[in-house]
Design a protein around this ligand. Sequence first.
Ligand code: AMP
Ligand code: MG
Length: 487
Amino acid sequence: MKALDELTFDNRFARLGDAFSTHVLPEPLDEPRLVVASKAAMALLDLDPAVAQTPVFAELFGGHKLWAEAEPRAMVYSGHQFGGYTPQLGDGRGLLLGEVYNEAGEHWDLHLKGAGMTPYSRMGDGRAVLRSSIREFLASEALHALGIPTSRALCVIGSSTPVWREKQERGAMVLRLAHSHIRFGHFEYFYYTKKPEQQAELAEHVLNLHYPECREQPEPYLAMFREIVERNAEMIAKWQAYGFCHGVMNTDNMSILGITFDFGPFAFLDDFDAHFICNHSDHEGRYSFSNQVPIGQWNLSALAQALTPFISVDALKEALGLYLQLYQAHYLDLMRRRLGLTTAEEDDQTLVEGLLKLMQNSGVDYTLFFRRLGDESATLAVARLRDDFVDMAGFDAWAERYKARVARDGDYTQEQRRERMHAVNPLYILRNYLAQNAIAAAEAGDYSEIRRLHEVLSKPFEEQAGMEQYAQRPPDWGKHLEISCSS
Ligand code: AMP
Ligand code: MG
């Protein structure tokens, strides 16, 4: 276990130089205080969890202090936002403080979001509000606990610094961890600004540090792109299987590592709705729940375009062509497990689709349906769950099919079925209304609710005593919350 001053830095991205990022110091928040810290994320840096309670922790992650070895940099990138190309974006309010490596030899970027203005702030103030910082913190740690690849969050630091959004709010910072903060948009920036040398340097950097196994392949860059396609397909399959809606899948928010990154006004589905749009400024539903799948491919093709200096167009097309197949395989695998199936049959795809069609507009809670399905034998569970469906006859027909499929699947006890299903079907997810409750309390200075919610969500598959209220469907007020897109 390490103390805060024992972190070891190795700032590999900073060493790429000024064409890639700009030195900027964090702008401190007034009266920094710990809102919440993740022990699991602290463990990634070998940090003793007790250090979160020390004043220097809030000072470091509230922008007041800095390690001598840290080299805070704002990265430059660009990207396609809602389908249109924006030639220059960049870290407008976040700083890569440096890269730390742990005792296991893993490197982690320390990225401080809300750290003040940078050369890339455009019209923004460089700040992040408490509300959105809490949402990013909770989402990263909750997704990780569900087994969905994501950036992590070490802590949220609150403050008394006023920040103007629709109304006056308070500034906060979230310390984000990831093996890299390189986005699709980094490659697009150097491609569209016609800087082939820097683009090659960036590609080498990513290949060497993050895809070293691709070096062994006859065409290392192509192998790396294929791996990025595969990782994105798998990540999005998991989003779809667990009902996660990212909200702003712009290419500047897509990680080169295939992890969930740069959360927008995200949401987990309560009732199942394939057309759900969590971002209220997304008028055309470009990033609606079901569109996330084709958008994943669209984003990869934007990256492919930027990689044309290194890889032939035919090879890129072929790799892109794998996306849907890979997505489908990962998705179906997970959905089979969510249904308690251990074998694969040709027709499983239509079994899943049939269920989702019945759920659509039925007001069926997506998470609780699967959890309840595992509580009992297939026969008892479907008999109990049918009341939730509008088209009961339709559900009965599906249930017959499901029971027959379960019977063909294998011979196992209900105990085994429950255990297996509960291990993939969470009881607790980050419902918008739960986040909202925690935010309202935190804005009033009470951080106990966000800490409790974080705890509960860190073990989403385990029933936790006294936490029944976190496993409920949303109350009426919490059903269709409009989450502000400003952050
Ligand atoms: P996002 O939609 O949060 O991914 O942000 C898109 C771009 O706007 C990125 O370049 C951000 O750094 C920048 N940005 C967002 N909010 C702010 C802000 N409050 N101040 C400065 N830049 C911002
Ligand atoms: Mg972003």
